[in-house]
Design a binder for this molecule. Sequence first.
Ligand code: FES
Length: 93
Amino acid sequence: MKEKELMRTAMVRHRRKEIAVYRLSDGIYATDNSCSHEYSPLCEGMIVDNNVYCPMHGSRFDIKTGAVLDLPATSPIKTYQVKTEDGWIFVKV
Ligand code: FES
């Protein structure tokens, strides 16, 4: 995906895996798109500071580390390395 096309969040696919990509104040980050609770799409969640709130039940995750910060989710989400080059976003899966 082109860097200028990313507003706040987006979902990209790699084979059958969905990855959420986020633009934060200090850069671009990526996590699994599925909430670890019941698989709701995190790319549709609200972003506050460096956290994403699951749109289904409100669990909060740290986008940079994947740590779960609020119940009902109890497991972290996977994070991915991101780099930008020549205006493109690359996610290491
Ligand atoms: S599906 Fe995300 S908190 Fe329940």
